[in-house]
Design a protein around this ligand. Structure first.
Ligand SMILES: CC(=O)SCCNC(=O)CCNC(=O)[C@H](O)C(C)(C)COP(=O)(O)OP(=O)(O)OC[C@H]1O[C@@H](n2cnc3c(N)ncnc32)[C@H](O)[C@@H]1OP(=O)(O)O
Ligand SMILES: O=CC(=O)O
Ligand SMILES: [Mg+2]
Length: 540
């Protein structure tokens, strides 16, 4: 029986609201999330907001075409009054005042427990970059979150029982970005938005319970490209709070500034969400990816090896400090991003280096003025926390710190360094891109590769860099060879062999499919918008 047939058999007994259809199995347990009322409100929200989502996605295409045609990236003229106005976001709830260290990770059951117990102030549970959006991951993730909110989550793993400590981190949830659909659920024959689906199911099942427990429905909003996209989220929040019957302004959301477009609209984004805002976060990995994507047709644009694009290169520095300045002026928290370093159990020397890297990353963020920062692994919380405490002392945040910096459009686009580009850097991008994509298509959205955390955002940089080095006349290796499509096609089987040898029994044929897809995307004439869009269509 195919998945569609078994889904049909299982779901035939299930009563669905008018116009709603589900093309995936819904077990009795899944039905506790996909209730008639939850789905009927989802359909209502879809009908109300989907036309605007589509308009905004179309506006992204128009904007990209304008940039391709050479229109400069700049601050918006018609929102000058917002940038110059004297306003602040609404006061923060107590639960979101102290966010020095936020751990992040996928919504897998054991990981949720480990993350909530890790000693961080907050935990961002992720349906985006670190998640592979298979049907099971999405619905099981909602089940896990529901149980975590109620404190009943537990799991027995290899004979060890996992349950929550008395004191746990404050939970925040990141739904998918506006670009992703949830292909298994349609309303009136149209796929629903992945972001709306994730947001609504979590909100519907947990908002009141969270409020009763002294927290609230707190979110992270990924990959926004404009304040109009923030306005759409704000309007969704207003409608959702009304549907569930909780006061307006109860939802709080932190927006990731992780596209170059959004860096030019930070004030405007905070303004749109001012009743619901919990500040901004520097999503550094998607930000680098976005810069490459924005300048895809600018033959002068070229970035050095991925390892050379650190937080201290000119354009990243301008972005990082502008974000703090904007947030603090508006009374909003500025949350730092993720260092990709993770602990290394097998190699003490590498481990020491990783820990030193984490410390220096968090020290720089805290000293600059960030109110908190992200870590990818429980083993990093203590060291990262020490660095923030060293700067903040016993204060919950440093929002009062106003930055006297003035970065303009040219600083945000000072894309240095352009080199070096090495064969090692090229091979690493290919190897990481294929390994990540293979794991993702097999249902795992976050993978340790060569001592670093790799997720959808970091893999996007790898993919976009290879594409850009082929296209740009500046894509020349430090030994003088031009990066070409033929060179990349030749390296892919070699890197796939290395992956096969490395993974051993864990290797599946998916990696070969991932290599084909990755290769096609690198050599194609157009830079595909997101790696995850074609990959999602290849998943069940
Ligand atoms: C660009 C961005 O968007 S960044 C945000 C998105 N990315 C992330 O959130 C990264 C999340 N991190 C991870 O998924 C993981 O840390 C990985 C995949 C990078 C490495 O995971 P592993 O290989 O399992 O690490 P390792 O074996 O050292 O894990 C040790 C323990 O910590 C747990 N752990 C590791 N990372 C996390 C995490 N982020 N949250 C909760 N638990 C975690 C493991 O489950 C394991 O638990 P156990 O000992 O009880 O079995
Ligand atoms: O989501 C975070 C990022 O760096 O991308
Ligand atoms: Mg991101």
């Amino acid at each position: 029986m195919t998945i569609a047939e078994s889904a049909d058999k299982l779901n035939r007994a299930m009563e669905l609201p008018e116009g709603v259809s589900i093309a995936a199995p819904v077990s009795a347990e899944y039905q506790s999330i996909l209730t008639f009322e939850a789905l009927s409100h989802l359909a209502q929200l879809h009908r109300q907001f989907e036309p605007r989502r589509r308009e905004l996605l179309a506006a992204r295409v128009t904007r990209a075409a304008e940039l391709d045609a050479g229109k400069p990236m700049d601050f918006l003229a018609d929102t000058l009054h917002v940038r110059e106005g004297n306003w602040k976001i609404a006061p923060l709830p107590k639960a979101l005042e102290r966010r020095r260290i936020e751990i992040t990770g996928p919504t897998e059951r054991k990981m949720i427990i480990n993350a909530l117990n890790a000693g961080a102030d907050s935990y961002m549970s992720d349906f985006e970059d670190s998640n592979s959006p298979s049907w099971d991951n999405q619905i099981q993730g909602q089940i896990n979150l529901r149980d975590a909110v109620r404190g009943t989550i537990s799991v027995d793993y290899k004979g060890k029982e996992y349950k929550l400590n008395e004191k746990v981190a404050v939970l925040q949830v990141r739904p998918r970005g506006w670009h992703l659909d949830e292909k298994h659920v349609t309303v009136d024959g149209q796929r629903v938005s992945g972001g709306l689906f994730d947001f609504w199911l979590y909100f519907y099942h947990n908002a009141k319970e969270l409020i009763a427990r002294g927290a609230g429905p707190f979110f992270y909003l990924p990959k926004l490209q404009s304040h109009r996209e923030a306005r759409l989220w704000n309007d969704v929040f207003v409608a959702a709070q009304k549907l569930v019957g909780i006061p307006q302004g109860t939802i709080k959301a932190t927006v990731l500034i992780e596209t170059l477009h959004a860096a030019f609209e930070m004030d405007e984004i905070l303004y749109e969400l001012r009743e619901h805002s919990a500040g901004l976060n520097a999503g550094r990995w998607d930000y680098i990816f976005s810069c490459i994507k924005v300048f895809r047709n600018n033959r002068d644009f070229c970035l050095a090896d991925r390892s050379k694009i650190t937080m201290t290169v000119p354009f990243m520095r301008a972005y990082a400090l502008s974000l703090i300045k904007t947030c603090h002026k508006r009374g909003a928290p500025a949350i730092g991003g993720m260092s990709a370093l993770i602990p290394n159990k097998k190699d003490p020397e590498a481990n020491e280096k990783a820990m030193a890297g984490i410390r220096s990353d968090k020290r720089r963020d805290a000293t600059d003025g960030y109110d908190g920062g992200w870590v990818a692994h429980p083993g990093l919380v203590e060291a990262a926390m020490e660095e923030f405490v060293a700067v903040l002392g016993d204060k919950p945040n440093q929002i009062e710190k106003q930055l006297d910096v003035n970065y303009g459009a040219a600083d945000l686009q000072d894309f240095r360094p352009e080199g070096p580009i090495s064969e090692t850097g090229l091979r690493t991008n290919i190897n990481v891109g294929i390994q990540y994509l293979g794991a993702w298509m097999d249902g795992n959205g976050c993978v340790p590769i060569h001592g670093l955390m790799e997720d959808a955002a970091t893999a996007e940089i790898s993919r976009a860099q290879v594409w850009s080095w082929i296209r740009s006349p500046k894509g020349i290796l430090d030994d003088g060879r031009k990066v070409t499509a033929d060179m990349v096609r030749g390296l892919i089987p070699q890197e796939l062999d290395k992956i096969r040898a490395l993974l051993g029994d864990a290797y599946t044929e998916t990696y070969a499919r991932a290599a084909t897809l990755f290769g096609d995307m690198c050599v194609s004439t157009e830079l595909e918008d997101f790696l995850t869009l074609p990959a999602y269509e290849r998943m069940e």
